[in-house]
Design a protein around this ligand. Structure first.
Ligand SMILES: *Cc1c(COP(=O)(O)O)cnc(C)c1O
Length: 378
């Protein structure tokens, strides 16, 4: 048999050829294998340290017997509940296996190699990935300078300036990951007002539930005024269902119709639909989640102060900390102590580490380990 030597790289679509894959947080199981450690904490993927809502667990157990069946491809029940809760027509909702799925649907539906997508430096890594995978052109706006009150945050003037004739999509994370920075509702509304109506603006609200109510934009109400707005939300963060993979987009029904044309028919599993539906109205759980996050955030900030480390402002459930030395080295030293955090060198923030707010115990364990690591340095 003749074996052909084939350069698959050369065969790949141009955008895919140079694509840098998403770097997820290091799984606990990997650290266990590599270091032989058993006592590990993971504060690397902005997950909810409380675990899922008990209502979600109960609903999932109840639906286990349906695993032989395909899920409802239209997610009727979850969409109905979301529509009622948000006060939007069901036809404006697009379900995704995580909100990342919806971000990808936007790129697939609206970006071609002739088009441009605009987003900020230090913005969520999925925006460049879905843009490039679609073969489209990324226009990356300069972020705020390090001395700005919202350092490394999105600069809407710079983003607006990059919206030209070929722009089709703008990605905004509010608050942004990994920086934690956010935009005032006024600034965001002003930006939407300035964007041509044929440019879709995705406002990614993955951490919305953690925001201070005073900073919360009423993005859903804005859909009336800005039909080019797409709001994405997720059950992965405050709702504690990251492993289940379910999120959604809210948009003009015609936009949702287009997104649903490129969506895989059964992208959200029956367990995910059931778990999301059950936790949607668990306001006690959300309240607990927010309270735990607020306390933990204050504790982590105080610890950084005590260690003379600066943190970026954060409206999420994580903190981006300036280590004043290569973050990768601090990351590795923490790993040896069984603490997984997130280096953000891939975001061009090589001095920083991103740390998710954990339980009280986890936060103390991280603070202790960080103090030891930094003491070893001096
Ligand atoms: C975590 C995150 C998401 C959503 O992830 P999914 O699990 O796919 O819902 C989206 N945007 C940002 C900025 C995030 O940090």
């Amino acid at each position: 048999m003749k074996i052909m030597q084939c350069d698959f790289l050369a065969l790949a679509a141009p955008g895919v050829r140079t694509l840098q894959p998403y770097q997820p947080g290091k799984p606990e199981s990997e650290l266990r294998r590599e270091y032989g450690l058993t006592d590990i904490i993971k504060l690397a993927s902005n997950e909810n340290p409380l675990g899922p809502s008990p209502r979600a667990v109960a609903a999932i157990q109840e639906h286990l017997k349906e695993l032989a069946r395909y899920p409802d491809g239209n997610g009727f029940e979850l969409k109905t509940a979301l529509a009622a809760r948000l006060g939007v027509p069901m036809a404006g909702i697009t379900l995704g296996k995580g909100s990342n799925d919806v971000l990808e649907l936007v790129a697939r539906a609206f970006l071609t190699p002739q088009d441009e997508a605009v987003f900020s430096e230090y913005a969520f890594a999925v925006y460049p990935i879905v843009t490039q995978a679609a073969g489209a052109i990324a226009r990356v706006a300069r972020a705020n300078a390090s001395g700005h009150p919202m350092p490394y945050g999105h600069n809407l003037e710079n983003m607006r300036a990059l919206i030209g004739e070929r722009a089709r999509v703008v990605f905004i994370a509010n608050p942004n990951n990994p920086t934690g920075t956010w935009l005032s509702p006024q600034a965001l509304a002003g930006f939407l007002d300035s964007v041509p109506p044929w440019v879709l603006v995705v406002v990614d609200e993955a951490y919305r539930e953690y925001m201070d109510p005073a900073d919360l934009p009423d993005t859903i109400a804005w859909l009336e005024q800005f039909p080019n707005l797409i709001v994405t939300r997720t059950f992965s963060k405050a709702y504690g269902l990251a492993g289940l993979r379910v999120g959604y987009g809210v948009s003009h029904p015609q936009v949702a119709d287009l997104l649903n044309r490129v969506r895989q028919p059964f992208n959200v599993s029956n367990l995910a639909l059931a778990g999301a539906l059950a936790s949607l109205d668990d306001d006690d759980y959300l309240q607990q989640t927010r309270a735990l996050n607020e306390r933990g955030m204050a504790r982590l900030r105080a610890a950084c102060d005590a260690l003379d480390l600066n943190c970026l402002p954060s409206a999420g459930n994580f903190l981006c900390i300036d280590m004043q030395r290569p973050g990768q080295q601090v990351f590795t030293a923490l790993l040896a102590r069984g603490v997984i955090v997130r280096p953000v060198g891939n975001y061009n923030l090589p001095q920083f580490l991103r740390v998710s707010v954990g339980t009280e115990q986890e936060n103390e364990r991280f603070i202790q380990a960080l103090a030891e690591v930094l003491a070893d340095w001096s």
